[in-house]
Every structure is written in C-alpha cells, then in structure tokens.
Design a protein around this ligand. Structure first.
Ligand code: AMP
Ligand code: MN
Ligand code: MN
Length: 317
C-alpha cells in the first residue's frame, strides 16, 4: 500500500489499534486515520480500540467514540496497528488484529521487525502521524484530521525539539496548520499543561535524581510510596525523563517507576552516542535510538544497576 486511498471502495469493517499506555502520537494517529477514512470511505464502519488515555486529547474528533472494552466481534476486513512496534504492545486488541482478513502496520519504531502482513515502517519519520500524512491525499485532509496529526507530531518531537525533527516534519506541520490545526492550543493544552500533582511528581523525581558514571548518566525513580504520598498515578509521569535528559553533561537519562506485579517501567533518553533502543530491546522493550522503554521484572535497584552497566559498555566503545 502506498496510499490509504488504495483501500477498496467497498471496504466494510475496519479496526484501528495502537499501543498500550497510548501517548499523543498513538491517539493522534488512530483518530487521524479514522477521521480520514470517514472522508474517503464514508460507508465503512471504523472502530478504534485503545486503553484509556488522557482527557487532554478529548477535543480531537472521535475521541469520545474510542472503545476501551473488547467484546467478541466477527473478524474485521482490515486491521491497522499504529505506532506499535510489536504485537504484545497492542494489548488485548491483538485478538482483533490477528483475526482480521487484512493486516497493515504503520509505524516509525526502529525496533519494529515487521510483525504484520503489510508493514509501512519509517524509522526516520518523527512520528507515526508523519508517516500517516505521507500516505494521505492532501486534498482530503480536513481540520479534524489535521488536528490529530499535528498533536502526534508535537508529542513525539517534544514540540519540534528532538533530533527526529526534520525539514519534512516542519513542512507537514506547517501544512497541518494551514488545514486548521491550532498550534498554541494543542501545544499548551496537550503537552505543556501539568496538574499540580504532576508538577509535584516532577519535583520529587528531580529532587531524588542521582548522577552515575561520573555524571554521564542521570537516573531517578518514583516508587510505590511516592505514588501514595503524592496521590498520583503512572499517567502523571510523562515528561519527567525529558527534563532529566537536558541536564548539562549527561549522555543518557533513565527514569523508572514501580509498576504492578513486581515490575518496573523504564524510560530512557539519550543525548550523544548511546543507543537506548538496543538496551530497551535487550530487556524486552523497544523504541528509538534516542528514546526507548521497557517493562522489567525485579526491584528498581537491580534494574538500574543492569541498565547503567549496559550504558557503561556503550560509552567504553
Ligand atoms: P517512553 O519512555 O515510554 O516515553 O517510550 C519511549 C519510546 O519507546 C516510545 O516510542 C515508546 O513507544 C517506546 N517504548 C516504550 N516502552 C516500550 C516497550 N515496553 N516496548 C516497546 N517499545 C517501547
Ligand atoms: Mn507512541
Ligand atoms: Mn510514535
């Protein structure tokens, strides 16, 4: 498939799924594709399955119709997996994906090995939303589609500041503004705005952060006790690892939080020569060269030790 418009005119039932713990690129790409399909294939039935996501994305068209429950369904004619590097990350929606008659994955993770029948994977693209725009006919991109895609690009580029931001990213973003996306609303309301509790969590993580490997790595942990004391949930920790990363002199930032069932969620960011996608993959996760993550069983101290060891190995070479 080179363009979404190649879908058959009479396509019947379509399902769209993204990764667990949906972020801006995941929500933006799923809703952006649905809104585009409602323009080019208005008779098709399109269902989106995602875990619950931030209410900040509630203004995007169709956000209220996303399904969070997964009843038994007849196999779909076409399934899209968006912003998702492996089937495990599809969560429970994997059952619809596996059963579908035609399966298409659109993604930008370098660790995506092509789990679908049809794979459109562009590791150089800033975001799945950027890949998706390149598969769309510009004349059919309306304001609703533009708002979704712009949101995804903003989130995965950290508001156009990460090294994945290219000339093409800015060209597409500019085009989406012309189509009606409101940059300052989307950037402030969905990216920078923090609740009081989220700011307290950031403060805790910065206050307890430590430097390792002679200042080459910064790390911090939010424990179950912190969750309780601060009255926060795992959804309140976005952006912490990015703030750690901008510390002067660090090559990599590692942020962990204690998750259920004796596991820790690890987020990693790199500045220079470290490839954090390699480390994440080794621990069963994935991502990009400069931004990656994994969920690991065990206590945070031992996990930190192991990850710091892997970073040290890379820095030695
Ligand atoms: P995060 O640290 O959660 O912000 O994730 C950084 C990047 O790594 C994102 O592109 C995620 O999609 C990806 N990522 C995070 N956790 C995992 C995981 N467990 N498996 C695969 N990819 C992941
Ligand atoms: Mn994502
Ligand atoms: Mn993405």
């Amino acid at each position: 498939m080179k363009k979404i418009d190649e879908l058959p005119e009479n396509v019947g039932r379509i399902v769209i799924a993204g990764h667990i713990h949906p972020d801006g690129d995941c929500v933006g790409s799923c809703l952006g594709l649905k809104n585009y399909l409602s323009v080019i294939r208005p008779r098709a039935q399109v269902d989106i399955y995602l875990e619950k996501f931030s209410e900040d994305f509630g203004f995007l068209q169709g956000a209220g119709e996303v399904c969070h429950e997964l009843p038994e369904r007849e196999p779909y004619d076409v399934a899209f997996a968006l912003d998702c590097s492996d089937t495990e990350r599809l969560g429970d929606a994997v059952k619809y994906f596996t059963a579908a008659k035609r399966r298409i994955c659109i993604d930008h993770h370098i660790t995506n090995e092509g789990f679908s029948d049809e794979n459109i994977i562009c590791p150089d693209a800033s975001s799945t939303c950027e890949v998706l725009y390149s598969l769309m006919e510009d004349s059919f991109v309306n304001r609703a589609v533009a708002e979704c895609l712009y949101t995804g690009i903003v989130h995965d580029t950290g508001v156009f500041k990460h090294s994945n931001t290219k000339e093409e990213t800015m060209r597409i973003a500019g085009r989406l503004i012309t189509k009606g996306a409101d940059p300052s609303y989307i950037i402030d309301e969905t990216f920078y705005k923090k609740t009081f509790a989220q700011n307290k969590a950031l403060a805790r993580a910065l206050d307890t952060a430590e430097l390792w490997l002679d200042g080459a790595v910064i790390g911090s942990v939010i424990t179950e006790k912190d969750f309780e004391e601060l009255g926060i949930g795992s959804g309140d920790l976005d952006g912490i690892v990015d703030q750690l990363r901008v510390t002067d002199g660090v090559e990599a930032a590692v942020f962990l939080y204690e998750a259920p069932e004796g596991k820790c969620k690890v987020s990693m960011r790199a500045n220079g020569s470290v490839d954090v996608s390699r480390i994440a993959r080794e621990f069963g996760g994935g991502g990009h060269v400069k931004a990656a993550g994994c969920t690991v069983s065990g206590g945070w101290r031992e996990i930190i030790d192991q990850i710091a060891g892997r970073i040290a190995e890379q820095l030695e070479h």
